[in-house]
Design a protein around this ligand. Structure first.
Ligand SMILES: [Fe+2]
Length: 203
């Protein structure tokens, strides 16, 4: 018989895990954030920070949306083998890799699903919105083919049934905007605070 209920991690254990998870994220950005955002005029870290800033501007109280924006390309920074790399255009299936890694680190299902859906959202938008396609960068048009190209009508209908459908599209539109070169990244402390709030359940 034990006094500790194994179902309930102690507060200190939760804090420990939160700390580790945040350090893991920050270390990955520190090590690889300077890498080019595949054929775009910004680095991975600049792109992530700009996407988060845009999300924060539109939805200042939605921590999960802001963190999904910040971490949507995290999977690009997790891929290691050359065959994962689509000819310099990033990690194949980076959305799945990123979502898996974020779930493992304790991020919510909503965040993981938004990360997982951002490539499908691009495929949906190019299939349904000619202006969106016209506005895509050259690099993004090239990766589109490697990511499955246009969606069939059936795939579109399936995607529209996703409970996060509107959020997927919103995140994707911010993703395309967050490629402004020469914009300072600024202090990431506010994102660290949001990650801590999100990962530490209220006790
Ligand atoms: Fe992106």
């Amino acid at each position: 018989m034990t006094l500790n209920n194994p179902q309930l991690p102690s507060k200190s254990m939760t804090h420990h895990h939160t700390h580790e998870a945040i350090q893991t994220i920050l270390a990955v950005f520190r090590e690889r954030g300077h890498e080019e955002y595949h054929g775009e005029p910004v680095s991975q870290l600049e792109h992530a920070a700009q996407t988060a800033q845009l999300a924060q501007r539109g939805h200042p109280d939605d921590t999960e949306f802001i963190l999904a924006a910040f971490l949507h390309d995290f999977g690009h920074l997790c891929g290691t083998t050359p065959e994962d790399n689509m000819g310099g255009y990033g990690t194949r299936q980076h959305e799945t890799i990123g979502a898996r890694e974020l779930r493992r680190l304790g991020f919510s299902e909503k965040i993981a699903r938004l990360v997982e859906g951002h490539v499908q959202a691009k495929r949906y938008l190019v299939s349904t919105d000619a202006a969106y396609y016209a506005g895509l960068s050259e690099a993004s048009k090239i990766t589109l083919e490697k990511q499955g190209g246009l969606m069939s009508a059936e795939e579109q209908r399936d995607f529209e049934q996703d409970t996060l459908f509107e959020w997927h599209l919103q995140l994707r539109r911010l993703d395309e905007q967050a490629k402004v070169s020469g914009q300072p990244v600024g202090d990431l402390g506010w994102l660290e605070v949001l990650m801590r709030e999100h990962l530490e359940p209220a006790v």
